[in-house]
Ligand binder design. Structure first.
Ligand code: TYC
Length: 112
């Protein structure tokens, strides 16, 4: 079958040629999240850690006590997952609060 020459007006203009139109994935990468962790030590009073968890991580007294006990027994626990900026703020707030009260409590962050 002779199909040449082709008039421009005969050409498809609707992206129906699948060999040419490559589907691309829209690159909408979510920003990375960061785990904020509390570390155990032998000197910070349990009640102080509970207070930190209530004040900076918005958990109730019972939840705070439970998390504090997990840190005490296991050595550390993730106390929240946040954007980089919020995680950094939490770490700074906890470290400043602990230092002001002269407790060696350590709070760190790590990419999830
Ligand atoms: N281990 C501490 C104690 O026995 C309590 C404690 C719990 C300290 C959690 C730090 O992140 C911590 N007084």
């Amino acid at each position: 079958m002779i199909d040449w020459p082709v008039k421009m007006s005969d050409k498809k203009d609707d992206d129906s040629d699948l060999s040419v139109v490559l589907q691309t994935r829209p690159k909408t990468k979510r920003p990375p999240l960061y785990k904020v962790m509390l570390l155990n030590d032998d000197y910070t009073p349990m009640e102080f850690v509970v207070q930190v968890l209530e004040r900076f991580f918005g958990v109730n007294h019972a939840q705070a006590f439970e998390i504090m006990l997990t840190v005490h027994k296991k050595g550390l626990a993730v106390v929240g997952v946040f954007s980089h900026e919020i995680a950094e703020t939490k770490v700074t707030q906890v470290m400043d609060f602990a230092r002001r009260h002269q407790h060696p409590l350590q709070c760190t962050m790590e990419k999830e």
